[in-house]
Design a protein around this ligand. Structure first.
Ligand code: ZN
Length: 146
């Protein structure tokens, strides 16, 4: 798989020095998602404060794409409203479904645009989306628990 080298660096950087990794004890929902086709696993803890995403922490194992993606999404979504996080999630999902035809809006997606090239590799899209699907699940559960 070949990605633009600058983008590859962003991904490797998040993989080697992941942000918000290490599960916080205080959370509203905890989810565990796996991607059996690659062996990726992510546990994600979500804390809401009203309609704000106040904390995302996670732990996981797997390929650089899956781990970098969840590091990037925690940077992006913490501090956003649930509605804004939702639209970022939709934007990222559309990018992943673009089969390499979209570059991604870096004002919305920031470091996540580094994953744009993954959309050309159908087998890896699930790696990139794993953390995002975990987040989506966690929000539903956290809201149901309130
Ligand atoms: Zn993977």
């Amino acid at each position: 798989m070949e990605l633009d080298s600058l983008y590859q660096e962003v991904i490797l950087d998040h993989y080697k020095r992941p942000h918000h990794k290490g599960l916080a004890a205080d959370f509203d929902a905890q989810v565990h998602h796996v991607n059996p086709s690659c062996g990726d696993e992510i546990t994600l803890n979500l804390k809401l404060s009203g309609d704000l995403v106040s904390e995302i922490t996670w732990d996981g194992v797997g390929c650089s794409i899956s781990q970098a993606s969840v590091s990037i999404l925690s940077d992006l979504l913490i501090g956003k409203t649930i509605a804004d996080a939702d639209s970022i999630l939709t934007n990222f999902t559309e990018l992943m479904q673009s089969k390499g035809t979209k570059a991604g809006d870096d004002e919305v997606l920031e470091d996540a645009v580094a994953l744009a090239g993954v959309s050309k590799f159908p087998a890896r899209i699930k790696c990139a989306l794993l953390g995002w699907m975990a987040y989506k699940d966690a929000v539903v559960q956290a809201q149901a628990n309130k």
